[in-house]
Structure formats: structure tokens, C-alpha cells
Design a protein around this ligand. Structure first.
Ligand code: BES
Ligand code: MN
Ligand code: MN
Length: 465
């Protein structure tokens, strides 16, 4: 397998420069002002696939942003790997907190990334990570070492809930037929501690609106005599958890799968330093559900968080006012056996039941998604584990993530195929935050590891046939 490192050494500068060009495109799916950029980005991805040697490249229109599909079928009887990723990115704000422009990629050294990291929105989530697959594919094509069939599906709406991908998958089951799905859109524990994500959380995301009086009022003339919707909303949010940070929406935990002592012991074996965790976030203490460790809170326990809250006067100076309305965006992260629909319903019922008569409330569901778990005894996991063991010199640790990629559960339901989440980012890479970055080490390590995955996987499946 010497050809892998030789090819990377010869071409790494170009690999980095190509990613930098892709990162210059502000493909923000959430903001309609960037529509042309998102569409340009799809074109750029299609061109990159063509240059890498893919066939049947198509920019597939959807009701939203297009999906870039392509493939390389070397032999219909061989196994097929489907690669999924997303070319859209999160909005870049707050812009003033970036030390360089979010779409002017620059390489800077950090303590964690002494070889340098590319700073740009989307560098880690997910352009830098799906592009590793494009370059690993190029490597296998150019060195005549692609051992099985490969299909690529790179979408442009992941950061806004993949609303149109479900329909695409349902309509293209034959085209998407595969033996495993390979995704790099998650992370590892540290650059000297590889890990593979074995679970993703589901998501129920909703917006609430509390209405008091029919107009904003003078807070002296009316204050104390009518409901202030912001005060009421805060009280209602405070009623969602008890003093142990246990969520008290009736039935919220009904279907939660409790883990066995053995499974909890496995989680506790993954390397984790609470001191480092706190200092990385400038926290003097952590906060969470009583009775569970930090890894358990993020990995296996469902959570509820307010993502945004607004209403009333927030401009310069003071304005004495009782607002007519208050709003909040609330998300709940779900674990196996909970469903988005079930939890959204339970939340709505509870929220309406605790609203005093002095206000009116509305609950509006946004996007959601189901949780996912992947077993460690399937051939694709073993292939990924052996690939990382080869390139990192250590067996990767299985870890359940607190993040969500809702389409992964849908792939399983519609295609009957499990996904393998072999990501290379770090939690400190600041995805969705100002100064997102992706280590050059991580990028090149990913390109190096992926061909090993293909070789291991093809070998394991061919042996079975
Ligand atoms: N790549 C992330 C999810 C992720 C990151 C999972 C790190 C595990 C580790 C993805 O792009 C994302 O941001 N997902 C959203 C959900 C989506 C519906 C907007 C999330 O988790 O908030
Ligand atoms: Mn992502
Ligand atoms: Mn994301």
C-alpha cells in the first residue's frame, strides 16, 4: 500500500489548494441571499468529480438545492460503497468574531494543529471532509487501485434539514443501491486518539410563540397588571427541567433505551479529561443531568436546549415597554427508540398545558430526524477500524456522538443499508462557530485512511461471496 503515501506526498499541495478554492464559495443554504453561490458550489463539486475520474456525473435538481451524484462502476458483481457528504455550510455570523474572513481561507498554526489548519466556514463541516473522499477516489483511480464500485451523493441542504433528500432517495433506490454508506461528517477524539462514531442523535426542533396583549404597552401604565410574554416564556422554559436537570415533559423518557452496566463501562473507557474539557470552554464547572457522566450526557441521554430567545426591545438605550410577543427556538436531541414525531407531540402538549390563561401560545415544528446507532461487528465497521489502526497505529475507540445527521436513519429505513461514520474532525475545530478550521494533518490523514477502508472492505465482502 506504499502507493497511497507516495501519491499523497506528491500531490498534497494541490489537494490543499483545491480545498481552499472550494472553501471560497459561500454556499450558505440557510440564507437565500447566497442562492447563486450554493448553485455554483454544486457545479464546482461536479467538476471536481469529473477531474477525479468519476462517471455519470449529474447535478440532480430537487425542490431545493441540487444533489451531486456520480459513480464509478468497475464490476457489477463487486461490492459498492456509497459516499455521502454535504457541500452547503452554516451561516458565518457573528462575523466580527472571525480572525480572518470566513470565505478567505488561510492556513494558521494552533496548539492542537502544529502542522497548520485551514480556517474557513465549512473547512471541517463538511467540505474538507467530503473532499477527502474526492481526493482518495482520485488517488485510487490514478494508481489503479480502486477495489470496488463507488457512488457519490453530495447534497446541498444538510445544514437546513435535508428536506428534499428523502424524496430523492425514495425515487432513486435502484441508482443508490449499495452495500455500505461511508460518511465523513463527524469527528475523532484527538489526533493521537482515533475514534469511530457509532451513534447519532435524533432531533426535534421547534419554535414557540407566546402572545400577551394585542400591542406593545407602556410598562408603567400596564406593568404588573397584564402578563408579560417574555416573563411567562422564561417561567415556562424553567418548568421543562427539575433540579436534577431531568426533563419533566410527561412521557419524555418513556421509550429511552437504558444502557447496560457493560455498555456504560465501555463508554467510561474512552479517554476523556474533565479538566481539559472545562478549560477548553473556560468553564469553572459543568452542568447536566444528575447521575450521568459528560460522555453519557452527550452520547446516550436525550437533551433539551433553547437555541435562541427574543422579544421586546433590544436596541440602543432603554425603552419602557411590555412586549406583545415573545419567541424561542427549542431543540431536543433524541436517543434510540425516541421518535421525532412522538417527542414533538409530547412537548407541544406539555407546553400548551403549562401556559397560563393570560397568554396564548403557539408551537411550530421545524425539521427533525431520527436517531441512529451502528453495530461494531459489521464488515464496514471492521474495515474502518482496521484502516484507522493502520494509519494511526491505534485501534479507534467507538463513540456515540451528540450530533445529528438525520438522513442516516432515513438511509437505513429506505435503502436498508447501515452507514459508517468515519469522520476526522476535532470538537475544537469550531464547526458552526466563528473561526471554524480543519487540520492539514486531519485532511491528509483522512485521504490516507480512506483507500485502506476500500481495500479492507472489498476484501472482506469478496471473501464472503
Ligand atoms: N456534521 C454535523 C453533525 C455532526 C457533527 C455529528 C459532529 C457528529 C459530530 C452536521 O452538519 C450538523 O450540523 N447537523 C445538525 C443537524 C441538522 C438537521 C441541521 C446538528 O447536529 O445540529
Ligand atoms: Mn456536517
Ligand atoms: Mn453542520
Amino acid at each position: 500500500m506504499e502507493h497511497i503515501n507516495n501519491y499523497i506526498n506528491e500531490h498534497k499541495d494541490r489537494f490543499i489548494n483545491e480545498l481552499i478554492e472550494l472553501l471560497k464559495i459561500p454556499s450558505i443554504s440557510a440564507d437565500p441571499a447566497y442562492k447563486a453561490d450554493v448553485l455554483n458550489c454544486a457545479e464546482a463539486v461536479a467538476k471536481a468529480m469529473k477531474d477525479a475520474g468519476a462517471d455519470n456525473i449529474e447535478i440532480c435538481e430537487t425542490a431545493g438545492y441540487p444533489i451531486v451524484y456520480c459513480e464509478k462502476i468497475i464490476d457489477k458483481n463487486m461490492p459498492t460503497v456509497l459516499v455521502y457528504g454535504h457541500y452547503d455550510v452554516q451561516p458565518a455570523d457573528p462575523l466580527e468574531l472571525w480572525t480572518s474572513g470566513p470565505f478567505d481561507p488561510v492556513i494558521k498554526k494552533t496548539d492542537i494543529h502544529p502542522e497548520g489548519a485551514i480556517f474557513a466556514r465549512g473547512s471541517c463541516d463538511d467540505k474538507g471532509q467530503f473532499y477527502m473522499h474526492v481526493k482518495a477516489f482520485e488517488l485510487m483511480m490514478k494508481t489503479d487501485s480502486l477495489p470496488c464500485n463507488v457512488k457519490f451523493m453530495i447534497e446541498g441542504e444538510e445544514e437546513v434539514g435535508s428536506d428534499n433528500l428523502g424524496a430523492f432517495v425514495k425515487e432513486n433506490k435502484e441508482r443508490l443501491k449499495c452495500d455500505t454508506i461511508l460518511i465523513s461528517d463527524t469527528g475523532i477524539i484527538a489526533n493521537d486518539t482515533p475514534s469511530i462514531t457509532t451513534g447519532l442523535k435524533g432531533l426535534s426542533y421547534l419554535e414557540v410563540e407566546v402572545t400577551g396583549p394585542n400591542r406593545d404597552l407602556h410598562s408603567g401604565l400596564y406593568g404588573g397588571a397584564v402578563a408579560n410574554p417574555i416573563n411567562i416564556l422564561c417561567e415556562m422554559i424553567a418548568k421543562m427541567k427539575d433540579k436534577n436537570n431531568h426533563i419533566i415533559i410527561p412521557g419524555f423518557y418513556d421509550n429511552v433505551l437504558e444502557l447496560s452496566q457493560k455498555e456504560r463501562a465501555d463508554i467510561a473507557r474512552a479517554p476523556f479529561s474533565l479538566d481539559r474539557y472545562k478549560s477548553a470552554l473556560d468553564l469553572s464547572d459543568i452542568h447536566g443531568e444528575e447521575g450521568y457522566s459528560t460522555m453519557e450526557r452527550t452520547g446516550i441521554r436525550p437533551t433539551l436546549d433553547v437555541n435562541g430567545i427574543w422579544g421586546g426591545y433590544t436596541g440602543e438605550g432603554a425603552k419602557t415597554v411590555i412586549p406583545s410577543k415573545a419567541f424561542a427556538k427549542i431543540s431536543m436531541r433524541l436517543v434510540p427508540n425516541q421518535s421525532d414525531e412522538e417527542i414533538t407531540e409530547k412537548f407541544t402538549e406539555f407546553f400548551e398545558s403549562i401556559a397560563p390563561k393570560s397568554v396564548k401560545v403557539k408551537v411550530m415544528p421545524h425539521h427533525g430526524g431520527e436517531p441512529y446507532v451502528s453495530p461494531t461487528d459489521m464488515p464496514a465497521y471492521q474495515a474502518a477500524s482496521k484502516a484507522m489502526e493502520k494509519t494511526y497505529g491505534k485501534i479507534p475507540v467507538p463513540v456515540r456522538s451528540g450530533g445529528s445527521i438525520p438522513i442516516v436513519a432515513l438511509f437505513e429505513a429506505e435503502l436498508g443499508v447501515k452507514s459508517i461514520l468515519m469522520g476526522f474532525g476535532l470538537d475544537s475545530d469550531a464547526i458552526h462557530s466563528p473561526n471554524e478550521h480543519y487540520g492539514i494533518f486531519n485532511y491528509l490523514k483522512g485521504i490516507e485512511t480512506i483507500p485502506h477502508f476500500y481495500a479492507n472492505y472489498a476484501k472482506a465482502l469478496n471473501a464472503k461471496q
